[in-house]
Design a binder for this molecule. Structure first.
Ligand code: CA
Length: 296
């Protein structure tokens, strides 16, 4: 297979809930951007509000897409969103399909996250527990804003409650009603390959005992967290990556939905610690080759 990842349109990487570009020296897309650029791809890692509604984040993304198009002279971009970044990308593509060649969802909660449902039930917004959790998240988002060095804009608006509703099954169902592009017509199926000239793709992983808990993950606190979060799943019990269910992640052409990768392994976190034999970076490089072959 050729390693030429120089896609026709730039790759724009959109981070998820609590996303960032770089905290001090530490990148969100750990090792992914250099691998894509080595093959010739033009890559932009963008930032949006770390905690906010899909529509708010989507508008912020649109502004950055318009700036990229204006400054580089390209006609459109390929969007790759991790987790909530997938919903952010879907919003932008629904609003401006003329500026988006493709949307790729990487472990995106396209039908909601059962972890978000659990937290809403156990930590309701009006309760003491809910207010404490909200204050902690607000503080963390503020701290991350101080540490962010990867993006010139500071002070993104934070709305903890809106960000929570943006990820529940109910909240995403409302979002999907307004922005259904790329969704599968049936639970667990594939979505359309292309809508309004925008190509749609997705991939995701699942926790697999003996695989995702071995190798580097043995030393990785984020894998432990995903294992704990996975216990909150009911509908997709045993079929989730710790934060998003296997079938909830489906969008457009489903490239794969059971890679042995937890929700953070899939963007090569933390520090490239993933289960033995797993290679999340390769999935991004292969996808750039796929986009290039598709002419976008
Ligand atoms: Ca990991």
């Amino acid at each position: 297979m050729s390693q030429d990842t120089a896609t026709r349109y730039p790759l724009v990487l959109v981070p998820g809930w609590f996303g960032f570009v770089r905290l001090l020296l530490y990148p969100y897309w750990y090792g992914i951007i250099p691998a894509l650029r080595r093959g010739g791809a033009v890559v932009f890692a963008v930032q949006v509000s770390p905690l906010n509604a899909n529509e708010v984040r989507g508008e912020q993304l649109l502004q950055q897409i318009e700036a990229i198009v204006r400054e580089t002279g390209v006609a459109k971009v390929n969007l790759i969103g991790h987790s909530q970044g997938a919903l952010t990308a879907r919003y932008a593509a629904a609003k401006r399909p003329d500026l988006v060649a493709s949307v790729t969802s990487v472990a995106g909660p396209n039908q909601g996250s059962e972890l978000a449902d659990y937290l809403l039930e156990r930590y309701p917004h009006g309760s003491v527990r809910g207010r404490v959790l909200g204050a902690v998240l607000q503080g963390l988002a503020g701290l991350m804003g101080v540490l962010e060095t990867g993006h010139r804009r500071r002070g993104w608006p934070v709305d903890v409650r809106a960000s929570h509703h943006a990820l529940t099954t109910h909240g995403v169902a409302l979002f999907n009603h307004g922005y259904p592009q790329g969704l599968p017509p049936t639970w667990g199926g594939h979505g359309p390959e292309s809508v309004e000239g925008v190509r749609y793709y997705s991939w995701s992983g699942t926790l697999q005992p003996g695989k995702t808990d071995r190798g580097g993950n043995r030393f990785d606190v984020s894998n432990r967290s995903c294992q704990w979060f996975a216990r909150t799943f009911v509908r997709e019990v045993g079929q989730c990556d710790g934060m998003v269910g296997r079938y909830s992640s489906h969008l457009g052409t489903v490239i794969g939905d059971d890679y042995p990768l937890d929700h953070l392994d899939i963007v090569n976190q933390s520090l490239g610690l993933v289960g033995k034999g797993a290679d999340p970076v390769r999935l991004f490089v292969e996808h750039a080759l796929r986009l290039k072959a598709a002419g976008v």
